[in-house]
Design a protein around this ligand. Sequence first.
Ligand code: AMP
Ligand code: MN
Ligand code: MN
Length: 347
Amino acid sequence: MRRFGLIPARFQEGAQKIADALKRSDRVLISGHVNADGDSVASLTAGGLILRALGKQFALYAAGIPDYLSFVSLPGAVYSSLRHIPFIPQSALIVDCSDTGRMNAEFAGRLPDLTVINVDHHIGSNGLGAANWIQPEAAATAQLMAYVAIACDLPLVGELADAIAVGLVSDTGGFSHGNTDKHVFSLAACLASGGCDIPQLRKNLEANWTLGQMRLWSRLMRRACLLHNGAIAFCNVHLRDFRECGTTIEHLEGFVEQLRRLRGVRIAALLREDKPGMCKYSLRSFGSTNVQAIAARLNGGGHINAAGGTLYASPGQAKKLLLATVTRQLDSEKSPTLPPCSSDIPQ
Ligand code: AMP
Ligand code: MN
Ligand code: MN
């Protein structure tokens, strides 16, 4: 059943372009971004399922799949090195990533030899390949992959529907972030009609904590502070936090959204030490407060309300630079209509 009507008018041309490019492709490598998240794994999976339905040879490439996404049913083995791919690739489908800096270096090095198809929703990208579909208005790359599937005449059922739902739920924060528009709900309704059990999927994503993760979050919640008259919530994470709680960076997924829950906060900022001299930051906001503009100045990128990047600096230097840039952005934007509440948390 063709459901082209489900694709918003302004997305139809892009969906058809990628469907046509996939039909012309052979021996396709599929990759998302490093430190894969729900949308990246979902889009990788959807890409594989679409190519399988089109009768194409494909291989999934990823450095690893986070443990909290291990319930996702993948359409084949995941290769972490190109040496083991069982064919000579001709094309690459890159999803949820528009920046070679966010790809595994081995894979990025092969791109010049391949016909590249790029589907993504990050702001400010020019695309990486011969066929690009960069749609920042989309809530998730998996949403775009659903439209590609429809343009290929594939029904959104079974594992394809389940995979797309993982991407939608992940990048909308369970249908709660500002990117959750009517098209997301229409697509979710279609996935549910196709047999996807979204409450079960949310349970798989959310009810999977270890005690170590709970210890880590409680430690970080105690450390969180309010700055800039309560407009910024900030927390830093040290290497020893992971070690002492028996956790990895995967267990931090979702924490920065907790910082944004503090009343009056306009920007939540999390700074994670990854190794000496290298820190990863995550920023979150609501409404028109633009954290992508901050990340764009700090070697990163993302979306209006969710952005991140890497700073090659010590935690102390990175904190100073991050907070100075966050403050500058807040001061350059109009104040919210409601003044922030004063903090009752020791700073
Ligand atoms: P994170 O804070 O890592 O959860 O990322 C928030 C959003 O920003 C996600 O959509 C990421 O894909 C995006 N993002 C994170 N780091 C980068 C980066 N270095 N370049 C572009 N986008 C990024
Ligand atoms: Mn992603
Ligand atoms: Mn995404």
